[in-house]
Design a protein around this ligand. Sequence first.
Ligand code: FE
Length: 303
Amino acid sequence: MSIRPTLETRLAQPTMEGAGVHLHRAFGFQDPSELDPFLLFDDFRNDMPAHFEKGFPWHPHRGIETITYVLEGTVDHGDSLGNIGTLGAGDVQWMTAGSGILHQEMPHGNISGQMHGFQLWGNLPAAQKMTAPRYQDVTAEDIPIVIDDDGTRVKVITGNFWGKKGPVDGIAADPQYLDIFVPAGRKKTFKIDTSRRAFAYVFEGAGAFVDASAPSGVLLEKELAGQEVNIRDLSGDRTLVRFGTGDEVIVQSGPEGVRFLLISGAPIDEPVAWHGPIVMNTKEEIRKAMLDLKNGTFIQPKH
Ligand code: FE
């Protein structure tokens, strides 16, 4: 057993996207190998409708998956394939753009005008970049919730966890996407397969992730003996924690508990050519995508 070290802890940064949506970006448009197979993570929490309701009008995607998880408010979605729908609080849309879609995503506040949700981009390997587009729409009630004896609550959106399997079938990266709440004053261990890249995104309460490469038994003995251990404090919300290699993470919750997403996936380890919402392997493939957009051949005819 080895604890994953926290390689980096950073706050999501204010960013403007779409037609003028104020959001916070935890990562994206930086070194894509850092969190391979994941490319980008945005947090849409906002209490001012004027700052999000212009939304994300028609835009293309190719070569990736976008995963939208709504916590408050709604997101209206429509696309070039004729799909249309609304995501409500607790719902997830896992969109495999594959060879290409054009879509729009329009957020709306709840009754108090508040919007909260996340969008994660997952990369597709070369062999699946031009796969047929696919949607998996999951409503809140279809997401299994596991509650431990100490009150720890885990929503399993995808992957296997504590005997439950999330309703989303991951394509290539075999992702595990968990929404975790650990009540006040608990120390909790979560196992993550060693082969995966992993990060946490803390968005409610506060806590700390134990940062040590020592075996956990040794660490706990040290703590019991009152020796100093390295614990990263996560004060404040909207915090990204990037983990190194190991097979578990340990979180210590603060006085109000801590809520975070714990996301991991198998690295794809291929070259990345990235142009806005289109992510391919080579510049030539990006040029082809731009040409397809220009010529009206971006959307592949249905077979
Ligand atoms: Fe989009």
